[in-house]
Design a protein. Structure first.
Length: 245
């Protein structure tokens, strides 16, 4: 389904074409078809290229056709995006529910997502060509979405239905301190607590075992052990400095 086709009908703003290409690329889709756009050269329009922001390859592969019938050639299941209530037509679905169903089908159908003009949406005739209507569940009092925003939402939902992408770690996993490092910290901290008078070595009670359990639950990293040992070192140093004055 990475070959899902995104179809824009009578697009009037070049920037929306570029933003659509970007929305598609970040979700791993690549096939864009424009039906009779306002500007025939929209794919190389300066504003479209600027809004694509790194997705110029999507624009380069895109094609322009004269009708929705041409744009739907090779598509097995076409989804309209239309808000206007109609007396009859395809059934209406929430995107996630329909995409989950389509993703589970064998063989997987080739999907076409059809978006209408920014000015007047989709005509009834275009909607009737589709197998389903997608209704993005927006706030009931205000459901107006920019074209590229709608593309991004549906591209995301479809990608999630297909399994999504793994989250890439931005920082390396922390290096956990081993038991020896934790015991070294406890010994160092015990000495510092005695130095500041918080721990009575003659009656230590269960302070250190409780701290041991606390550190085990916390799963300290090596950096955190170094920080705590530095604090213990400074505690002892401060006490000795004050005692020598």
């Amino acid at each position: 389904m990475d070959s899902t086709r995104f179809i824009l009908i009578n697009t009037s703003h070049a920037g929306n074409v570029g933003a659509t290409a970007r929305a598609m690329k970040v979700m791993g889709f690549r096939e864009l078809v424009l039906v009779a756009p306002r500007f025939p050269d929209v794919l190389c329009h300066e504003e479209a290229v600027a809004m694509a922001s790194g997705a110029a390859d999507i624009l380069a592969r895109a094609c322009v056709v004269g009708s929705l019938a041409e744009a739907l050639e090779g598509v097995d299941f076409a989804c309209a995006t239309a808000m206007t209530p109609r007396d009859f037509g395809p059934p209406v679905y929430r995107p996630r529910e329909l995409f989950a169903d389509l993703a589970a089908r064998e063989p997987a159908p080739r999907i076409g997502l059809v978006f209408g003009s920014e000015r007047y949406g989709m005509s009834n005739e275009d909607v009737y060509r589709c197998h389903a209507v997608l209704s993005i569940p927006t706030h009931p009092d205000y459901g107006s979405l920019n074209l590229a925003q709608a593309v991004q939402l549906l591209a995301y939902d479809l990608r999630q239905a297909l399994g999504g992408f793994a989250v890439q770690a931005r920082t390396p996993d922390p290096e956990r301190a081993d038991a020896q490092a934790v015991q070294g910290l406890l010994a160092h901290l015990e000495s510092a607590l005695v130095d500041i008078g918080y721990l009575d070595p003659a009656a230590p009670k269960k302070l250190m075992p409780r701290l041991n359990q606390l550190f085990n639950r916390a799963g300290l990293t090596n950096d955190e052990v170094h920080i705590l040992r530095g604090m213990a070192r400074q505690m002892s140093k401060t006490v000795r400095t004050e005692g020598s004055d």
